[in-house]
Write a protein of this length. Sequence first.
Length: 202
Amino acid sequence: MKKRIALQYFMFFLGLFCIVYYIACVCGYGWSISILYLWLVIGGTLCLKGGWFALKKGNHSKRIKIFSDVFDAVMVTFLFTVFIFFIVIGCEAKQESRPDCAYIFLLGAKVDGETPSDALQSRIDVAYAYLLKNKNTIAVCTGGKGNDEAISEGQCAANTLMKMGISRERLLVENRSATTVENLRFAMDLIGNPSGMHIGIV
């Protein structure tokens, strides 16, 4: 019984961690990454479920206890899989990027007034380094304008790249998107038919 209650407290604090992670990502990247809402939903569910089960001290019917155990197993497996996924993505990101992409899509992130946030600046720096090495590549700067932003994320990224020395002719601006999916979809609309072209994502 004590182990079951301890597990529920663990799930509750795991849920709090997911919510804090969501808040930290929103502060750094803004609202444009739609998948972030998943962390809020998972965190809220874990907190409600774990807190309620823990407060009840395990006084539930056998059916509810079975449901709780299955739910916990699914959530822990899911979060562990996500953790491994991020490790794999991190390792892939450290590998040398493909040279001479026809386009790179610079995804949007939060803008502070007209200044890129740290998250957006880090993406701009990566795009800048790639554009310096690959003189034929065109960058598509994506991201719409949030209510607390003076200019769109795409325009901010393009402005910053031009200040860093990248010519305007090598930059396209997409300024309608509000999510990561729209970043990519609207960027594809800008470049037309990419058949046979290599495209990078920053």
